[in-house]
Structures are given as C-alpha cells and as structure tokens.
Design a protein around this ligand. Structure first.
Ligand SMILES: Cc1cc2nc3c(=O)[nH]c(=O)nc-3n(C[C@H](O)[C@H](O)[C@H](O)COP(=O)(O)O)c2cc1C
Length: 217
C-alpha cells in the first residue's frame, strides 16, 4: 500500500443492493484506486439494539452488556480508521435509525463509566469524515438536517468534514440513473478522502489570499 491510511465505509441502509450501498461501493472503488486500505460494513450486521440505560446494563467490568457485534465494529473498524464515510438513506429527513444507532452507541465506550474512555475519546477524534446520502426527493432541504448533524459531530470530535454526496433514487440501485452522476462523485470522494483540500477559517486565520497553487508558466 502506497498510502497506509485506513478508510471505513459504514452503510446505514437495510438494503444490500440499495442506493446507499451502490454509492458506498463507488466510494470503495475510488479509495481502492488511490491504494487506500478500505473496508465496508453494513451497520445492521453488527447492531441489534438501541443504546440502553448504561446503569441498567453495564457489566461490573465496565463493558456493555448488549449482545451483538457493535463492540467489534467500533474497536476493530471505527477507532483505528483515519477516515470514515457514512452512507445513509434519508429517512424522515434524518439519518436512518441504523446510522443513528451507530453514533448513539459510541457513548457506551467514551462515557466516563467505561474504564478506557480516555483512550477511546482520543481515538474518536481527528478523522476525515465524508457523508453520502440517498433520497427520493430532490430538493436540497431534505438533507440539511443530516448535514448539520454530521457537521456538529465533526466539530465536537475535531474531525474534518471533507465532503457530501447526494444521490437521488428510490427503487434499489436506481441512483445509477441520477443524471447528476452521484456514483462518480462518490468515487471521487473515496479517492480524495485523505488529500482533498479542507479549510474551516476563523476571522484570525492566516491565509495567503489564494486557495490553489498558481500556474506561473
Ligand atoms: C422509512 C422511510 C423514510 C423515508 N423518508 C424519506 C424522506 O424523508 N425524504 C426522501 O427524500 N426520501 C425518503 N425515503 C426514501 C429513501 O430515502 C430512498 O428510497 C433511498 O433511495 C433509500 O436508500 P437505500 O436504497 O440505500 O435504502 C424514505 C424511505 C423510507 C423507507
């Protein structure tokens, strides 16, 4: 591998041949073309429950007692990743429950009652994050709540929110017919996830006044 960075693609749809999965496969193709180490997981392969009240279900050793494979997804795939692309259908103008539960259950391990929470918190920060959405409706407002949520997640975790792709479709894989070609944009996101230019200024940020290298020829 030329680039040793790791990318995790998390798919939050129940449909294995659905639109989020189709776009996720495009992200994967792009990442592989850039020689990035990439893995793709369907969140509901590993999650069978919402977050519960930790006081009721945390084991004496601090571990979460929910019996599914979320722990492995979180520790083996998510924490070591340098970048994560969340691929979700738009459900009721929000993330799918599958995707949301992934975020909610991080709490089991970064909350102070988990013995290694400091280490977990450190590993949750400073990732590159991408967002890929599939929806039936085309109007821009349908995805704004989700974009805002991921933006806040990135701010909270000192992560870099490097791109959003939105594909339109309803029946399985119909997104490939979207004339704006979201598959190409998803592939590009995968290819560029670690080197796409990212900036988020404050009033006092020092900057040169030019964004791109100038062609002086
Ligand atoms: C429960 C449910 C809620 C949905 N809510 C919306 C919505 O609010 N806006 C929208 O544009 N599409 C909505 N859709 C349509 C899906 O976003 C669309 O079919 C998408 O392509 C599904 O992605 P998938 O194939 O990855 O599951 C909804 C679909 C379901 C099943």
């Amino acid at each position: 591998m030329v680039d040793s960075k790791k990318l995790l693609i998390l798919v939050g749809s129940p449909r294995r041949a659905g639109n989020s999965a189709t776009l996720a496969a495009a992200v994967q193709r792009g990442a592989e073309a850039a020689k990035i180490e990439v893995s793709l997981r369907f969140i509901d392969d590993s999650t069978s429950s919402f977050l519960r009240d930790c006081r009721q279900c945390r084991l004496p050793n601090g571990e979460c007692a929910i019996e599914d494979n979320y722990r492995a997804l979180f520790f083996d795939d998510f924490l070591p990743a340098d970048g994560v692309v969340f691929c979700s259908p738009v459900y009721w103008y929000g993330l799918s429950a599958q995707t949301k539960v992934f975020f909610d259950r991080t709490f089991c391990y970064y909350s102070a009652s988990y013995p290694d929470s400091a280490q977990v918190m450190a590993q949750m920060t400073r990732k590159r994050i991408g967002l890929v959405l599939a929806s039936e409706e085309t109007y821009p407002g349908a995805s704004l709540g989700i974009v805002h949520q991921i933006q806040e997640y990135c701010r909270y975790t000192h992560s870099e929110f490097v791109g959003v792709v939105r594909g339109i479709g309803n029946s399985r894989s119909e997104v490939v017919q979207d004339p704006r070609d979201p598959s190409m944009a998803a592939e590009q996101l995968g290819r560029e996830i670690f080197n796409r230019r990212y900036s988020d200024f404050r009033i006092d940020t020092e900057r040169s006044g030019q964004v791109w290298p100038q062609d002086n020829g």
